[in-house]
Design a protein around this ligand. Sequence first.
Ligand code: AMP
Length: 210
Amino acid sequence: MKLIFLGAPGAGKGTQAEVISEKLSIPTISTGNIIRAALKNGTEMGLKAKEFIEAGKLVPDDVVIGIIKERLAESDCANGFILDGFPRTIPQAEALDNMGIIIDKVVDIEVPDEDVVNRMSGRRTCKACGNSYHIQNKPSKVEGVCDSCGGELTIRKDDAPETVLDRLNVYHEQTEPLKDYYEKCGKLRIVEGTKPITEITAEILKVLED
Ligand code: AMP
Protein backbone atom coordinates (compact mmCIF):
# COMPACT_ATOMS: atom_id res chain seq x y z
CA MET A 1 0.00 0.00 0.00
CA LYS A 2 1.38 3.35 -1.03
CA LEU A 3 -0.61 5.99 0.81
CA ILE A 4 -0.73 9.73 1.22
CA PHE A 5 -2.28 11.36 4.30
CA LEU A 6 -3.57 14.80 3.46
CA GLY A 7 -5.03 17.41 5.81
CA ALA A 8 -4.51 20.74 7.55
CA PRO A 9 -1.79 21.07 10.18
CA GLY A 10 -3.08 19.41 13.33
CA ALA A 11 -5.71 17.34 11.52
CA GLY A 12 -4.21 14.20 13.03
CA LYS A 13 -2.19 12.90 10.08
CA GLY A 14 0.80 11.99 12.23
CA THR A 15 -1.30 10.33 14.93
CA GLN A 16 -3.23 8.23 12.42
CA ALA A 17 -0.12 7.45 10.37
CA GLU A 18 1.55 6.04 13.48
CA VAL A 19 -1.32 3.57 14.10
CA ILE A 20 -2.00 2.61 10.47
CA SER A 21 1.72 2.20 9.85
CA GLU A 22 1.90 -0.41 12.57
CA LYS A 23 -1.28 -2.20 11.43
CA LEU A 24 -0.09 -2.45 7.81
CA SER A 25 3.61 -2.94 8.64
CA ILE A 26 4.74 -0.11 6.41
CA PRO A 27 6.87 2.90 7.38
CA THR A 28 5.58 6.43 7.79
CA ILE A 29 7.59 9.10 6.07
CA SER A 30 7.06 12.54 7.55
CA THR A 31 8.91 15.30 5.72
CA GLY A 32 8.28 17.56 8.74
CA ASN A 33 10.08 15.09 11.05
CA ILE A 34 12.96 14.65 8.59
CA ILE A 35 13.39 18.43 8.29
CA ARG A 36 13.20 18.98 12.07
CA ALA A 37 15.85 16.28 12.61
CA ALA A 38 18.11 17.96 10.02
CA LEU A 39 17.58 21.29 11.76
CA LYS A 40 18.48 19.78 15.13
CA ASN A 41 21.61 18.18 13.69
CA GLY A 42 22.63 21.43 11.96
CA THR A 43 22.98 19.85 8.50
CA GLU A 44 23.14 21.98 5.37
CA MET A 45 19.57 21.03 4.46
CA GLY A 46 18.42 21.91 7.99
CA LEU A 47 20.00 25.34 7.74
CA LYS A 48 18.34 25.93 4.36
CA ALA A 49 14.94 24.98 5.80
CA LYS A 50 15.21 26.86 9.13
CA GLU A 51 13.76 30.24 8.13
CA PHE A 52 10.84 28.63 6.26
CA ILE A 53 9.80 26.13 8.91
CA GLU A 54 10.01 28.68 11.73
CA ALA A 55 7.85 31.16 9.80
CA GLY A 56 5.24 28.49 9.04
CA LYS A 57 6.06 28.67 5.33
CA LEU A 58 6.71 25.77 3.01
CA VAL A 59 10.29 24.68 2.42
CA PRO A 60 11.11 25.01 -1.33
CA ASP A 61 9.86 22.17 -3.52
CA ASP A 62 13.31 21.13 -4.77
CA VAL A 63 14.54 20.59 -1.19
CA VAL A 64 11.59 18.39 -0.09
CA ILE A 65 11.47 16.51 -3.39
CA GLY A 66 15.16 15.66 -2.88
CA ILE A 67 14.42 14.42 0.66
CA ILE A 68 11.56 12.19 -0.55
CA LYS A 69 13.53 10.76 -3.49
CA GLU A 70 16.31 9.70 -1.18
CA ARG A 71 14.00 8.29 1.49
CA LEU A 72 11.77 6.31 -0.89
CA ALA A 73 14.85 4.62 -2.36
CA GLU A 74 15.52 2.93 0.99
CA SER A 75 14.71 -0.77 1.26
CA ASP A 76 12.00 -0.47 3.95
CA CYS A 77 9.78 1.39 1.43
CA ALA A 78 9.72 -1.51 -1.03
CA ASN A 79 6.35 -2.88 0.18
CA GLY A 80 4.66 0.45 0.66
CA PHE A 81 4.64 3.52 2.88
CA ILE A 82 2.53 6.32 4.28
CA LEU A 83 3.50 9.84 3.27
CA ASP A 84 2.63 12.26 6.07
CA GLY A 85 3.02 15.89 4.99
CA PHE A 86 4.12 15.20 1.41
CA PRO A 87 3.10 16.24 -1.22
CA ARG A 88 2.04 19.71 -0.09
CA THR A 89 1.99 21.44 -3.48
CA ILE A 90 0.97 20.44 -7.02
CA PRO A 91 4.62 20.44 -8.25
CA GLN A 92 5.48 18.00 -5.41
CA ALA A 93 2.62 15.69 -6.48
CA GLU A 94 3.81 15.88 -10.08
CA ALA A 95 7.36 15.07 -8.97
CA LEU A 96 6.03 11.94 -7.24
CA ASP A 97 4.25 10.92 -10.46
CA ASN A 98 7.43 11.58 -12.45
CA MET A 99 9.37 9.25 -10.13
CA GLY A 100 7.04 6.52 -11.41
CA ILE A 101 5.45 6.01 -8.00
CA ILE A 102 1.84 4.81 -8.17
CA ILE A 103 -0.08 5.93 -5.12
CA ASP A 104 -2.96 3.61 -4.14
CA LYS A 105 -5.05 5.96 -2.01
CA VAL A 106 -5.00 9.48 -0.65
CA VAL A 107 -6.70 9.85 2.73
CA ASP A 108 -7.84 13.39 3.44
CA ILE A 109 -8.48 14.01 7.14
CA GLU A 110 -10.88 16.97 7.37
CA VAL A 111 -10.94 19.29 10.40
CA PRO A 112 -12.47 22.81 10.57
CA ASP A 113 -10.00 25.72 10.92
CA GLU A 114 -11.36 26.66 14.39
CA ASP A 115 -10.40 23.23 15.74
CA VAL A 116 -6.90 23.41 14.29
CA VAL A 117 -5.89 26.42 16.39
CA ASN A 118 -7.19 24.77 19.59
CA ARG A 119 -5.50 21.47 18.80
CA MET A 120 -2.11 23.03 18.16
CA SER A 121 -2.02 24.79 21.51
CA GLY A 122 -2.24 21.39 23.23
CA ARG A 123 0.18 19.56 20.98
CA ARG A 124 3.42 18.22 22.43
CA THR A 125 6.12 16.70 20.23
CA CYS A 126 9.00 14.39 21.14
CA LYS A 127 12.34 16.11 20.65
CA ALA A 128 14.02 12.79 19.93
CA CYS A 129 11.67 10.74 17.72
CA GLY A 130 9.08 13.30 16.58
CA ASN A 131 6.00 11.44 17.91
CA SER A 132 3.05 13.71 18.64
CA TYR A 133 0.83 13.92 21.71
CA HIS A 134 -1.99 16.18 22.87
CA ILE A 135 -2.42 17.20 26.51
CA GLN A 136 -6.15 16.26 26.41
CA ASN A 137 -6.86 14.10 23.34
CA LYS A 138 -3.72 11.94 23.41
CA PRO A 139 -1.70 12.44 26.60
CA SER A 140 1.57 10.61 27.17
CA LYS A 141 1.58 8.10 30.05
CA VAL A 142 4.10 10.20 31.97
CA GLU A 143 3.73 13.97 31.57
CA GLY A 144 6.47 15.45 29.40
CA VAL A 145 7.95 12.07 28.44
CA CYS A 146 7.52 10.22 25.11
CA ASP A 147 5.81 6.80 25.45
CA SER A 148 7.80 5.36 22.54
CA CYS A 149 11.37 6.44 23.24
CA GLY A 150 11.44 8.24 26.60
CA GLY A 151 12.46 11.51 24.89
CA GLU A 152 11.49 14.94 26.18
CA LEU A 153 8.17 16.39 24.95
CA THR A 154 8.27 20.00 23.80
CA ILE A 155 6.08 22.57 22.09
CA ARG A 156 7.04 23.05 18.44
CA LYS A 157 8.03 26.65 17.65
CA ASP A 158 5.70 26.65 14.64
CA ASP A 159 2.74 25.59 16.82
CA ALA A 160 2.57 29.14 18.30
CA PRO A 161 -0.94 30.56 17.57
CA GLU A 162 0.28 33.32 15.20
CA THR A 163 2.32 30.85 13.13
CA VAL A 164 -0.55 28.35 13.07
CA LEU A 165 -2.76 30.92 11.30
CA ASP A 166 -0.03 31.41 8.65
CA ARG A 167 0.30 27.64 8.24
CA LEU A 168 -3.48 27.36 7.78
CA ASN A 169 -3.37 29.99 5.02
CA VAL A 170 -0.51 28.13 3.34
CA TYR A 171 -2.55 24.92 3.59
CA HIS A 172 -5.64 26.45 1.93
CA GLU A 173 -3.66 28.16 -0.81
CA GLN A 174 -1.05 25.57 -1.71
CA THR A 175 -2.02 22.16 -0.34
CA GLU A 176 -5.83 22.04 -0.62
CA PRO A 177 -5.71 22.04 -4.47
CA LEU A 178 -4.24 18.53 -4.12
CA LYS A 179 -7.70 17.26 -3.18
CA ASP A 180 -8.86 18.06 -6.67
CA TYR A 181 -5.68 16.61 -8.17
CA TYR A 182 -6.27 13.22 -6.52
CA GLU A 183 -10.07 13.33 -6.83
CA LYS A 184 -9.67 13.49 -10.60
CA CYS A 185 -7.79 10.19 -10.65
CA GLY A 186 -10.26 8.54 -8.23
CA LYS A 187 -7.78 8.16 -5.37
CA LEU A 188 -9.17 10.62 -2.83
CA ARG A 189 -10.96 9.31 0.26
CA ILE A 190 -12.35 11.79 2.78
CA VAL A 191 -12.46 11.03 6.49
CA GLU A 192 -13.93 13.25 9.19
CA GLY A 193 -11.15 14.19 11.59
CA THR A 194 -13.20 15.50 14.51
CA LYS A 195 -14.27 12.10 15.86
CA PRO A 196 -12.37 10.17 18.58
CA ILE A 197 -8.95 8.89 17.43
CA THR A 198 -9.96 5.19 17.39
CA GLU A 199 -13.08 5.90 15.30
CA ILE A 200 -11.01 7.79 12.74
CA THR A 201 -8.57 4.87 12.54
CA ALA A 202 -11.48 2.48 11.91
CA GLU A 203 -12.83 4.76 9.20
CA ILE A 204 -9.44 5.01 7.50
CA LEU A 205 -9.08 1.21 7.49
CA LYS A 206 -12.58 1.00 5.96
CA VAL A 207 -11.85 3.45 3.13
CA LEU A 208 -8.59 1.63 2.36
CA GLU A 209 -10.58 -1.52 1.60
CA ASP A 210 -12.78 -0.15 -1.15
P1 AMP B 1 4.65 19.19 9.54
O1 AMP B 1 5.42 18.54 10.63
O2 AMP B 1 4.20 18.24 8.48
O3 AMP B 1 3.55 20.07 10.06
O4 AMP B 1 5.68 20.17 8.79
C1 AMP B 1 6.30 21.25 9.48
C2 AMP B 1 6.93 22.21 8.52
O5 AMP B 1 7.94 21.54 7.73
C3 AMP B 1 6.01 22.85 7.49
O6 AMP B 1 5.32 23.97 8.01
C4 AMP B 1 7.01 23.25 6.40
O7 AMP B 1 7.76 24.38 6.77
C5 AMP B 1 7.96 22.05 6.41
N1 AMP B 1 7.48 20.97 5.49
C6 AMP B 1 7.12 19.70 5.82
N2 AMP B 1 6.74 18.99 4.74
C7 AMP B 1 6.84 19.85 3.69
C8 AMP B 1 6.57 19.74 2.30
N3 AMP B 1 6.10 18.59 1.76
N4 AMP B 1 6.79 20.83 1.52
C9 AMP B 1 7.27 21.97 2.03
N5 AMP B 1 7.53 22.16 3.33
C10 AMP B 1 7.32 21.11 4.17
